[in-house]
Write a protein of this length. Structure first.
Length: 97
């Protein structure tokens, strides 16, 4: 579980990132979750964009992404989800205590 200070740090670090995944009308599926897990292992912090044609509630989509990838939901702003998961082999982000 992330503290408020850690979430603030991660939000600032994610500010300049571009979304690398998009959730469309198909919603969240196993293949997408597998790819996001792999990307999180390499990058630790990433953004996912929820497209306008997705009819699901954006909060539900964000929660499904976080639970499906076993990652922390850092932020949901507009239709962009920021996820963080500490990497086991490629650790680059040092969180404040």
């Amino acid at each position: 579980m992330l503290t408020g200070k850690q979430k603030r740090y991660l939000r600032a670090a994610a500010h300049h990132l571009a979304p690398i995944f998009q959730v469309g009308k198909g919603g969240v599926n196993e293949n997408m979750l597998k790819q996001i897990k792999e990307a999180l292992e390499v990058r630790e912090l990433l953004k996912v964009s929820i497209l306008q044609n997705n009819t699901d509630d954006k909060h539900d989509v964000a929660q499904a992404l976080a639970e499906g990838t076993e990652a922390e939901l850092v932020q949901l702003i507009g239709h962009t989800v920021v996820l963080y998961k500490e990497s086991t082999e490629n650790k680059t982000i040092v969180l404040p205590s």
